[in-house]
Design a binder for this molecule. Structure first.
Ligand code: NAD
Ligand code: MG
Length: 390
């Protein structure tokens, strides 16, 4: 007896996570049916995906791209645009993969949970910025929030044996592992001269440009502390970071009795993607399979919090809560975009974020309007500083 295929919407289909999700879907044609895709650019690639998977709905970021997409796909394909288009597509599938980059992923996160769907979340920025609002919609009947981010997916697996006691009282700490990025071991004075090209050389993962820069500043790990706190309902003081250069142990849960559970694989994002798509079943292709027949060293060291102040900025934002994480993430997006387009030195990214945070006035973040205002305000402050320094 064949089981009905589950419908999937893949939003951010042309990016790093999007392309790897397509790889998983190609392996599992009996299990999943891709019904909707969206992308922000690369319209030709997006149209090729529509054709290959016979997708019936496609979203593009800008109204101005609608006609171009219409011309690339067959006439029975529905084309939607902008944030409202993303939200509409998110409501049309049982499983939604949010692989959009940055705050632009917010409509996908909110609409999927509001519609009671399964949200497979790579887009950490939306959860971090909207954490208090996500808490209100994530318990919509049928809604499930599953992390694709490899550290959080590891913790999700290691927590499976935990009691369901509120606040995970049997958990002493969540240990997020960090590769350390391309600048592990660099001193503050060496980092002052780091270039964009240096920052784009990640030692263990191939990812989109924004998260690659975030990994080089350790802001990615800072954002992941906020992400873990929001996902698992554990305060940031119980979330720790340890540098593990091999990227084999994807994260760990330390229980109050001293027992530590870890999840291991070779670094391959298709494993966490497949885990989130397949749950409660394990899909049988072994992405990132380990080879224990040859020698292997796994090492751990504490992060250098002086050379990489992004971590402390994130803990401070977690402590202030409300809209502070939204400010942190928005300021960082502006700074990273400026670094990527060559208008801000790598060494100025985190100082810029820190200066923006000095302007933050506590806001409890009790509505979507308040979130949009805070996001815009943080971007205004960041852009103002950029203009002054250019
Ligand atoms: P990417 O830049 O490679 O891809 C981003 C995708 O989002 C592209 O398809 C782009 O066209 C689309 N997009 C951007 N703005 C859009 C908009 N307004 N409307 C519709 N689509 C839009 O980024 P990535 O590396 O795949 O990362 C995506 C998300 O996953 C990020 O939040 C990142 O932090 C997270 N993540 C990525 C990895 C990784 O290995 N790449 C690992 C963990 C988490
Ligand atoms: Mg990660």
């Amino acid at each position: 007896m064949s089981v009905a295929r589950r419908s999937v919407a893949l939003l951010g289909a042309t990016g790093s996570i999007g392309i790897q999700t397509l790889d998983v879907l190609r392996r599992e044609p009996e299990a999943f049916n891709l019904v909707a895709v969206a992308g922000g650019s690369r319209l030709v690639e997006l149209a090729e995906i529509v054709k290959e998977f016979n997708v019936k709905m496609v979203g593009v970021a800008h109204d101005g791209d609608r006609a171009a997409m219409r011309a690339l796909v067959s006439s029975d394909v529905e084309v939607v645009t902008g944030p409202s288009g993303l939200a509409e597509l998110a409501g049309r599938a049982e499983i939604v993969v949010n692989a959009v980059m940055g705050f632009a992923g917010l409509p996908v996160t909110m609409a999927t949970l509001e519609a009671g769907g399964r949200l497979c979340l790579a887009n950490k920025e939306s959860l971090i910025a909207a954490a208090p609002l996500v808490q209100r919609v994530r318990f919509t009947p049928g809604a499930t929030l599953l992390p694709i981010d490899s550290e959080h997916c590891a913790i999700h697996q290691c927590l499976a044996g935990s009691s369901t006691s509120p606040g995970h009282r049997d958990v002493a700490a969540l240990w997020l592992t960090a590769s350390g990025g391309p600048f592990r071991g660099w001193s503050s004075s060496q980092l002052a001269n780091a270039t964009l090209a240096d920052a784009l050389q990640h030692p263990t993962w191939t990812m989109g440009p924004k998260i690659t820069i975030d990994s080089s500043t350790l802001m990615n790990k800072g954002l992941e502390v906020l992400e873990a706190s929001a996902l698992f309902g554990i305060e940031a003081t119980r979330i720790k970071v340890v540098v593990h250069p091999q990227s084999v142990v994807h994260s760990m849960v330390e229980y109050v009795d001293g027992s530590v559970l870890a999840q291991l694989s070779r670094p391959d994002m298709r494993l966490p993607i497949a885990y989130c798509l397949g749950l409660p079943d394990r899909l049988s292709h072994a992405w990132g399979k380990m080879d224990f027949t040859s020698a292997m060293d796994l090492s751990f060291e504490p992060p250098d919090r002086v050379a990489f102040p992004a971590l402390d900025l994130a803990y401070r934002a977690a402590d202030r809560a409300g809209a502070a994480p939204a400010w942190l993430s928005a300021a960082n997006e502006v700074a990273v975009a400026a670094c990527l387009d060559g208008s801000l030195a790598w060494s100025e990214i985190i100082p810029l974020v820190a200066t923006v945070m000095d302007s933050y006035v506590d806001d409890p973040l009790d509505s979507l309007e308040a979130l949009m205002e805070n996001d815009a305000a943080a971007r205004r402050v960041a852009s103002g500083i950029l203009k002054l320094s250019s």
